[in-house]
Design a protein around this ligand. Structure first.
Ligand code: MG
Length: 399
C-alpha cells in the first residue's frame, strides 16, 4: 500500500547556469558566448558553472577546466567571484521571502518554498510561480526554472525537467505518472553505484522501480531501498524547513540599478528601509536592540556599522535616526553607492505594557508613535506597500 499524502504545494526554484549568467549580466560583452566559470586548468581547476552556449559543446559543472576547454576551446574562462554571486543570490531569496516565510535555501542558487494556502493572496500555485520567475528576470535579470508539486522530491525533479527558464507543475495524484518515464538516476538519493546495481537488475526508469514490490526492493537495498521505492511513487513527506522561523536579525537592503551618490536619494532610501525593518519587527512582535547599516560601494567594497541602543525598539523613526547617524559617520560623501541596507539584531519579544505615566510624558509620545506605526502597517497590509508613503519617499531612486 502506498500511504496518502496531505495536499501541499511546494515550489523548487533553481537559477539557470547561475554564476555564468551573473557574469553575462555584469559583462554584457560576453552575452551569448560560451562562458566557463571555474579555476584555471594549470591549477587543476574545475568548472563551477557553464553558460548554455558552452553546454552545447558538452561542458558540464564539476568537469576539469582542462577537459572543458578541450571540448570548447573558444570558451571564455572567468575566475569565480563568490561575493558577487552571494549578493545576487540574496536578492533572489529576498523576493521569495516576500511571498512566504517558509523558504528553505539549499544552496546558493536553489530554494524550496511551501506555498500551501498562499492562493488567497498570490493566486494559484502556477500563477504564483510564474510571477516569481518574471520578477527574478525583470528585477534582477536572471533566468530561473521552477517546479511545483505536492512534495520536495517531485518539485525538485520538476524544476530540473523545466530547465532552462521553464515552469512545470505536477498535479496532485499525478506524481507517479510524471516520474515513471524518467531515468532512475534522476531520483533523489540514487547515486552512480545504486544506479548501476538497479540497472543490472533491469530497473532503468523510476517507473521500473515503482512497479517492483516493496519487499523486493527492500531485499536488495534495505531501508534505503524502501525510501527509494516510496520516492519512485512520488511519496515524500519531508517538510520545508524555513531558515526564517526565528529571525536572529531583521534587515532590508536595496541594490541600485545604477550607482547613486546623491545624498538626498540615499537618505530617502535609508528612511524607506528603516520603515520596512520597523514593519517587519512589528509583524513578528519583536523589538531590536542593535541597529546596523550596510554600505557597498560601486567597487564592491562593503562596510557594516552598528550601534546598540539603550532600549530595544520597533519604531521606524528611531531605527531611522540611528541608521542615519551611522550612515553619516560611514559614507564618504560623493562616493557612488551600489547597495545600502538597514537592519536590527539582538531581538526580543515586544511585551511592552501600557504606561501609567502622566499624559505629557515621553512614554505617551512613544505610545502614540507606536499606534501610528500600527495603523500604517494595517493599511499597507490591506492595500499594499505603496498605499502610504512619507512625502520625502516619493522621490525614490529608480530601481
Ligand atoms: Mg542552478
Amino acid at each position: 500500500m502506498v500511504p496518502a499524502m496531505p495536499a501541499r504545494w511546494i515550489i523548487h526554484l533553481d537559477l539557470d547556469a547561475f554564476f555564468a549568467s551573473v557574469e553575462e549580466l555584469l559583462r554584457p560583452e560576453l552575452a551569448g558566448l560560451p562562458i566557463i566559470v571555474g579555476g584555471p586548468p594549470e591549477a587543476r581547476g574545475v568548472v563551477a558553472s557553464a553558460s548554455y552556449a558552452a553546454r552545447r559543446y558538452g561542458v558540464r559543472s564539476a568537469m576539469p577546466t582542462a577537459q572543458a576547454l578541450r571540448l570548447c576551446p573558444q570558451a571564455v574562462l572567468v575566475p569565480p567571484r563568490h561575493s558577487v554571486y552571494r549578493e545576487f543570490s540574496d536578492r533572489v531569496m529576498a523576493i521569495l521571502y516576500e511571498y512566504t516565510p517558509l523558504v528553505e535555501q539549499i544552496s546558493i542558487d536553489e530554494a524550496f518554498m511551501d506555498v500551501t494556502g498562499c492562493e488567497l493572496r498570490w493566486g494559484e500555485p502556477l500563477e504564483l510561480a510564474a510571477g516569481i520567475q518574471r520578477r527574478i528576470k525583470d528585477e534582477i535579470g536572471l533566468s530561473a526554472s521552477l517546479g511545483i508539486a505536492g512534495s520536495k522530491l517531485v518539485a525538485k525533479i520538476a524544476s530540473d525537467y523545466a530547465k532552462p527558464h521553464g515552469l512545470v507543475l505536477v498535479p496532485h495524484g499525478g506524481e507517479a505518472a510524471f516520474l515513471a518515464p524518467l531515468d532512475i538516476e534522476r531520483l533523489w538519493g540514487v547515486g552512480k553505484v545504486t544506479a548501476r546495481k538497479l540497472r543490472a537488475a533491469g530497473v532503468r526508469t523510476i517507473g521500473d522501480l515503482a512497479r517492483l514490490s516493496r519487499e523486493q526492493v527492500e531485499s536488495w537495498l534495505g531501508n534505503y531501498g524502501v525510501e527509494l521505492w516510496l520516492y519512485a511513487h512520488g511519496i515524500d513527506s519531508r517538510p520545508v524547513v524555513s531558515d526564517a522561523g526565528e529571525p536572529r536579525s531583521v534587515s532590508h537592503e536595496e541594490t541600485f540599478a545604477r550607482d547613486i551618490s546623491d545624498p538626498t536619494l540615499l537618505d530617502a532610501e535609508l528612511l524607506r528601509l528603516s520603515e520596512r525593518v520597523g514593519a517587519r519587527l512589528r509583524r513578528y512582535g519583536l523589538r531590536g536592540r542593535t541597529v546596523f547599516i550596510k554600505l557597498r560601494y560601486s567597487d564592491f567594497t562593503t562596510i557594516t556599522r552598528q550601534q546598540t541602543l539603550e532600549e530595544p525598539t520597533d519604531m521606524d523613526m528611531e531605527i531611522y535616526r540611528h541608521a542615519r547617524r551611522l550612515w553619516e559617520k560611514t559614507w564618504e560623501q560623493g562616493r557612488p553607492v551600489r547597495l545600502i541596507g538597514v537592519g536590527m539584531h539582538q531581538l526580543s519579544t515586544a511585551s511592552w505594557q501600557l504606561s501609567l505615566l502622566p499624559a505629557d510624558s515621553e512614554e505617551l509620545v512613544r505610545q502614540r508613535q507606536r499606534a501610528l506605526n500600527q495603523a500604517v502597517d494595517a493599511i499597507r497590509e490591506r492595500f499594499g506597500d505603496t498605499a502610504l508613503r512619507r512625502a520625502r519617499l516619493l522621490r525614490r531612486p529608480r530601481r
